[in-house]
Ligand binder design. Structure first.
Ligand code: NFS
Ligand code: SF4
Length: 669
């Protein structure tokens, strides 16, 4: 019977803990996403982007026939209103960009609101942890960090700065005219391109709303014009909402610096209360981490017969508390149901995004309390589902309430099966950390990194990011691509679930350089003691990749705009609309983006041409798609080599110490 179809664990994941737990779930008759992916097929027309349901005369479906594909039939496809496949697919795509950017930027808004409440003394449990970063960030908002005191300049009070930064930052969401402030952080020639093509965002919310308007029935019917708005909206997120989220989280919770941690389901404990914090927003999880370290909560756990607590993260919330506190990661997006199957999770505490609704069902099979915490993200069903609403003004009290619910639940554990797998990793490479780590001198600098790229020890840079997707092999799509890249001396910057795949496979350790990296990259990693794959944080922190790239340009020798860099981005297993938003801000910023799962565009050939060819002319970069990770890696390497040739550094050079004049010569070449 088709309904009994189940996934073959070894075929759907390369992660041992996942395979073990999936087998256990299947033996118990508990269904997970892996089984549902086998049972439910994807819709061909939907995956090709050519199903329109923006008005009730549809859905209008315009399948791409074989005849149209091979040119033996004319392409006369039209919806009821006459909409072409290009219009339909472009509308669908830019709506995905709008949703993805809205999600990331709304997370950012929440951060700014809490930051503002803190600055005005209304959220007493939060504070300024990184004053230096606040002073740096103030500069981007045009906020003075010194004040005149007679004829002297005096350092301005940090709370005064914070209040002004908070007000200006919050205004970026509702700004209606002009251009967003953070765009000025991009290299000038990159900004000039945006200016030329009219894609500088005015305000975050405005660009999202405009997409919703323009994709309404009967408005924008020019796929190029639609994608232009998609590009504009994406910049409002990448160089706006996401970047501000990262910056102000750093100010409140600390800028990440290299730190060690552990990952995989084996981090759960037999003897302690296990609390999983899952989602994306660090505002609550930071408080839960603080709460479990308070004497009264430790006593409380002991009174319930537990030895204390494990707070383990899941999805990007995990990355946030890992990079700042070294808290362990239980797993990535595809492991969320399996964490519950261990029978060892007292509370699955979720905030926003990437939370599977099936957590309600699977939690009902165990003692696990599935606790939603955000007013915008509740769950309607499940006997173990409950809602404890988080409030920034009483953050610690709320965190303790949740911790107590978990501790009370410890005694209800039944059969526990925790896999032994867990891996050590080095994480927390913020832009600042890379600067200091690779600088190796008294002052941090990107110059040594640039030198190593110019002399060819490092061939180029690739940001490999994004989700896991149940339609492709769990973890393996990331690992195969990344191993091929580092083998060819491409240093990898990673975030999100991709970073977790690397962590589980041991790629986030300095020792992995000797095993997997090419000779040049391995030498650099060994000299400075870094892994060949640098964990930069959560998905929202993809903005760190932009700021790092901007720093590389500033350090000189590798071109004038981001599009000149021997660099690329990849999302081998993406599934979320956020990934489409991210990919588009990379492309619009001049970074070539390779996907391992297709965008829903392939039913509209002219739109494909725009994304995979014409965008080169506009932004200096394109989208690309290749489901085979090895051949995708080689396309990325070819792209990097093309950029190296354009810079005149395609011949691997012997190490020469370059001064600024040498670097300028290369730029002029
Ligand atoms: Ni990014 Fe993080 Fe993972 Fe994908 Fe979801 S957790 S924001 S969206 S699935 S990487
Ligand atoms: Fe069909 Fe046009 Fe309505 Fe879309 S907008 S559903 S193509 S009639």
């Amino acid at each position: 019977m088709a309904d009994d179809k189940k996934a073959v664990p070894e075929d759907v994941s390369s992660d041992i803990a996942t395979i073990k737990m999936l087998r256990i779930a299947q033996e118990r008759g508990q269904e997970t996403i892996f089984d549902r992916a086998v049972k439910m097929k994807q819709c061909n027309i939907g995956t090709e982007g050519i199903c329109c349901k923006v008005c009730s005369q549809g859905p209008c479906r315009l399948p791409l026939t074989k005849g149209i594909k091979d040119g033996t039939e004319p392409d006369n496809r039209k919806g009821l209103c006459g909409a072409t496949p290009e219009t339909i697919a472009a509308r669908n795509l830019v709506r995905q960009i709008a949703a993805g950017c809205a999600a990331h930027s709304d997370h950012g808004r929440g951060v700014v609101e809490t930051f503002r409440a803190m600055a005005y003394g209304e959220a007493k449990d939060y504070t300024i942890k990184d004053e230096l970063k606040l002073r740096e960030v103030a500069g981007y908002f045009g906020v003075a960090t010194t004040v005149k005191d007679g004829d002297k300049e005096k350092v301005r009070d940090k709370w005064d700065i914070a209040r002004e930064v908070a007000d200006i930052a919050l205004g970026q969401w509702g700004q209606q005219q002009g251009e967003m402030l953070y765009l000025s952080r991009a290299p000038k020639p990159t900004q000039d391109r945006w200016e030329k093509h009219g894609v500088k965002p005015r305000g975050i919310d405005r660009e999202v709303v405009e997409i919703m308007h323009r994709t309404h029935m009967g408005v924008d019917q020019d796929y190029r014009n639609l994608l232009k708005q998609g590009a504009r909206c994406s910049l409002g997120n990448g160089w706006g909402g996401s970047m501000m989220a990262t910056d102000l989280q750093d100010v409140m919770f600390g800028t990440p610096y290299p730190n060690t941690g552990e990952i995989n389901l084996g981090v759960l404990s037999h003897t302690k209360v296990n609390i999983i914090v899952h989602g994306h927003d660090p505002l609550l999880s930071e408080m839960i981490v603080a709460a479990v370290h308070t004497p009264d909560m430790i006593e409380y756990a002991k009174a319930q017969g537990a030895e204390g607590y494990v707070v383990a993260g899941m999805c990007c919330t995990a990355n946030e508390i890992l990079v700042r506190h070294g808290m362990p990661i239980a797993g990535d997006y595809l492991q969320q149901e399996l964490a519950v199957v261990t029978g060892a999770v007292e509370a699955m505490v979720v905030d926003i995004q990437c939370i599977m609704e099936n957590l309600a069902n699977i939690s009902s099979c165990y003692h696990t309390k599935f606790i939603t915490t955000m007013p915008i993200a509740k769950c309607a069903s499940g006997k173990n589902t409950m809602h404890v609403e988080f409030e920034e003004h009483h953050a610690m009290d709320k965190a303790k309430e949740i911790v107590k619910i978990a501790a009370d639940n410890f005694k209800n554990r039944k059969e526990v099966q925790i896999p032994t797998e867990k891996t050590k990793m080095v994480v927390g490479f913020s832009t600042e950390a890379i600067k200091y780590h690779l600088g190796g001198t008294f002052r941090g600098s990107f110059v040594p990194l640039n030198d190593n790229i110019i002399n060819g020890r490092i061939r180029g840079i690739c940001g490999v990011v994004g989700c896991n997707n149940a339609r492709v092999e769990h973890d393996e799509v990331h690992l195969a691509l990344i191993k091929e890249l580092i083998k060819h001396d491409v240093i990898v910057l990673t975030t999100g679930c991709s970073a977790m795949a690397c962590g589980k496979a041991g790629l986030l350790t300095p020792e992995s350089a000797a095993v997997y990296a090419g000779a040049g990259l391995a030498e650099v990693c060994e000299t400075v003691g870094i892994p060949p794959v640098l964990h930069m944080g959560a998905c929202v922190d993809n903005s760190r990749i932009l700021t790092a790239a901007a720093e590389v340009i500033k350090a000189g020798g590798l071109g004038k705009e981001l599009a000149d860099l021997p660099a690329a981005g990849a999302a081998p297993g993406w599934m979320s609309e956020k990934a489409v938003g991210i990919g588009q801000y990379f492309v619009t910023s001049g970074v070539y983006v390779m996907l391992g799962v297709p965008l829903s565009i392939y039913g509209a050939p002219k739109l494909v041409d725009l994304l995979e060819k014409e965008m080169e002319e506009l932004y200096g970069a394109t989208w690309a798609y290749d489901p085979d990770p090895i051949s995708a890696a080689h396309k990325i390497i070819a792209h990097i080599d093309k950029k190296r040739a354009a810079l005149g550094i395609n011949q691997a050079r012997e190490r020469v110490l370059m001064d600024m004049a040498d670097r300028q010569k290369i730029e002029a070449a």
